[in-house]
Design a protein around this ligand. Structure first.
Ligand code: SF4
Length: 325
């Protein structure tokens, strides 16, 4: 791997102490940071994968109140798990989480494996989630990447460009492993996530209050860009141009989501959540609630939508009747 890896620069050797000090002072008090229960950690990690912390918090407490252990989750009706996932989106996560719980109960006597390699064998656990459980539940010094961690390491070490290649990820994992202070993997990984969420955001990173700004390559590059731009314009733009472009891209992407196939899948599951448990309903009854001006010509589309959801374990389809599992 050596040929693809940028040298670890001396400038980054102060990063661990600065980052850990910042995290100790500014890290949020979140419930999953108070537990080392692997089940609770896994629930939090799966919820946080696609959903903001503020939306996860009430759902996390409610979900654990209903399914307090990996055994309780494994034994629940899948439809109940999907019902309790309401408001979080990406409903497949609920089904996959329960599949994981069932394997842990059936094959591991309800006890989570501790090692990343064994965790990776569980259904639905990719490198990030397996690393997060090994680190946040079992306090192992392992490295892994989510979008926040990737962004912080990329910007500090390489500069503004986004690294999305496998080789890029390997390099960032090497950087993280080299910087991780021995015995402090839990705090190191939490701090990377937190800095990416609160300060080194995708849009408008708050460099002026970042503990890493003095040594950060992206910050240095942007500072030079801004100075060049300001010199050329003779005044500060109302919104920095880079941020304005990112905000436009984010708005366009949310516009595209409404009316997309994924959006309709979520709406169909929402309609089934409103039905009594185990109560089938005709697809043709749901169509008009799903789409304005729904007509007979739309039935094939709806049937296809339901077939995809059934394949993913999110509903039971029998002819034209559907219900939650
Ligand atoms: S200085 Fe700016 S770009 Fe660099 S890590 Fe901090 S917030 Fe991110």
């Amino acid at each position: 791997m050596g040929g693809e890896t940028a040298p670890l620069l001396p400038m980054l050797t102060t990063m661990p102490s600065q980052l850990l000090a910042w995290f100790a002072a500014h890290g949020r008090d979140l419930p999953w940071r108070h537990t080392r229960d692997p089940y609770q950690i896994l629930v939090a990690e799966i919820m946080l994968q696609q959903t903001q912390v503020d939306r996860v918090l009430p759902k996390y407490h409610a979900f654990l109140a209903t399914f307090p252990s990996v055994t309780a989750l494994a034994e629940a009706a899948t439809g109940e798990v999907i019902r309790h996932w309401a408001g979080l989106g990406y409903n497949r996560r609920a089904v996959n989480l329960q599949r994981t719980a069932r394997v842990i109960v059936a094959q591991h006597q309800g006890a989570f494996p501790r090692e990343v390699a064994a965790l990776r064998q569980l259904p639905g656990l990719g490198p990030y989630t397996a690393g997060a459980v090994a680190c946040f539940a079992f306090e192992q010094d392992v490295v892994f990447l989510d979008t926040n961690m990737r962004r912080v390491l990329q910007r500090t070490h390489n500069g503004p460009a986004v690294a999305t290649t496998a080789a890029g990820d390997r390099q960032l994992l090497e950087v993280s492993a080299a910087l991780l202070p021995v015995g402090q993997g839990w705090a190191w990984n939490q701090a990377l996530i937190e800095l990416g969420a609160l300060v080194c955001r995708a849009s408008s990173p708050a460099c002026p209050r970042c503990p890493l700004r003095a040594e950060c390559r992206a910050h240095a590059a942007w500072r030079n860009d801004d100075e060049t731009l300001l010199a050329a314009m003779g005044a500060a733009p109302a919104v920095p141009l880079r941020r304005a472009a990112e905000e436009r891209a984010s708005y366009r992407s949310s516009e595209r989501f409404v009316g997309s196939n994924r959006w309709y899948r979520g709406r169909l599951i929402d309609l089934l959540r409103a039905q009594p448990p185990q109560q089938p309903v005709l697809l043709s009854m749901l169509g008009p609630q799903l789409r304005e001006n729904f007509g007979p010509a739309d039935m094939a589309w709806l049937q296809q939508l339901a077939t995809g959801l059934a394949r993913d374990g999110l509903l039971v389809l029998a002819g034209e009747w559907v219900r939650l599992p």
